[in-house]
Design a protein around this ligand. Structure first.
Ligand code: SF4
Length: 331
């Protein structure tokens, strides 16, 4: 396989994150406004055929891993059909999904039958009142049902994404870690990033990975760093000294990992983003809709990656938040 997506720093890009919708059925305060969400018009959203075609082209350039995100991807009707189509593309050997699991109990079996094997479930707390406070929806019971349905459907590689907002989730850290240990899931603590629609982020609200490592080591079992299976993966892995499980940390603020970044993104409305925090984007929807050849789409992809910066600027005074909030980028 020739890798065609190499940026100016020599980083090879083989992982594509695809937002299949910007819509969501919950309202996490660190992502979306409660009301008046500025969604893209339906006709702006890429069709399954357009997504599949884009991935076919990207696969010829070395992309082999896909992650489907949103908004909330399970709001997209017939998502298992898209997964089947993407899983059949030569060169694609790994497909994962990030969901808030509110609708998972209805779709888990169909997703597994379609060939999906990796699930990241976004859940910050097991406390119903705090869940309501964070998401502005009373859906925790449905999320827990969804998780059980995923286990019953045969999903064995389940990770829980936990957004570590300081002053809010500290009481949840140990209960979430124990919940995962008991079920063989891996909790992923994600440092809070400045991607929210209401600009509430500040450094003081970031619960640092090191603080969580110390807390879990004190309250459960010492955490020992394990060698990265894939040094380009965003999470740093730790294992409990007692052998009962692992914990992942996505320390984007305190320990940026941009130098190993292998990710590019496709937004639901057809823009390529070389970084979660990118200011510029490359529009490909018109290429996909107006009869452009695969070569033109490949050129747009290569051009976007060739313009990629060294990494996010969160820790520099030059930092400018991206013009899109998280729900319209996708994790
Ligand atoms: S912030 Fe951007 S460059 Fe850094 S790891 Fe994330 S996507 Fe890659």
């Amino acid at each position: 396989m020739s890798f065609g997506l190499i940026d100016g720093f020599g980083r090879i890009h083989d992982s594509l994150r695809i937002s299949v919708t910007d819509r969501c059925n919950i309202r996490c305060f660190y992502c979306m406004p409660e009301e008046a969400v500025d969604y893209a018009r339906r006709e702006e959203i890429l069709t399954f055929e357009e997504i599949e075609r884009f991935v076919r082209v990207a696969a010829t350039l070395g992309v082999n891993k896909l992650r489907l995100t949103g908004g909330e991807p399970l709001l997209r009707r017939d998502l298992p059909k898209l997964i089947e189509r993407l899983a059949s593309i030569p060169g694609i050997h790994d497909i994962a999904l990030t969901t808030n699991a509110v609708l998972l109990s209805q779709h888990a079996q169909a997703l597994h039958d379609a060939g999906l094997r990796r699930l990241n479930i976004h859940l910050d707390t097991l406390d119903r009142e705090r869940f309501r406070q964070i998401t502005r929806r009373d859906d925790l019971p449905r999320v827990l049902d969804g998780i059980n349905a995923a286990v019953n459907a045969g999903f064995s590689r389940i990770k829980l994404n936990i957004v570590a907002v300081k002053g809010l989730i500290e009481p949840d850290i140990t209960p979430m870690a124990l919940y995962c240990r008991e079920r063989g899931f891996e909790p992923r603590f994600i440092e809070f990033m400045p991607l929210d629609a209401q600009s509430i982020w500040d450094r003081g609200k970031v619960l640092l990975a090191d603080d969580i490592i110390n807390l879990l080591s004190r309250e459960i079992s010492p955490l020992i760093a394990v060698p990265d299976a894939d040094p380009r993966a965003p999470a740093t892995e730790f294992a409990y000294a007692d052998g009962a499980g692992t914990v992942g940390f996505v320390a984007s603020v305190s320990k940026p990992f941009c130098l190993n970044c292998n990710r590019i993104r496709l937004t639901a409305d057809g823009k390529i983003r070389y970084c979660l925090f990118a200011i510029e984007e490359t529009e490909v929807k018109s290429l996909l809709r107006n009869g452009a050849g695969d070569e033109e789409i490949a050129e747009a992809l290569k051009r976007n990656v060739s313009e990629k910066w060294i990494g996010h600027q969160i820790n520099s005074t030059k930092f400018v938040p991206p013009p899109r909030p998280m729900y319209s980028i996708g994790g």
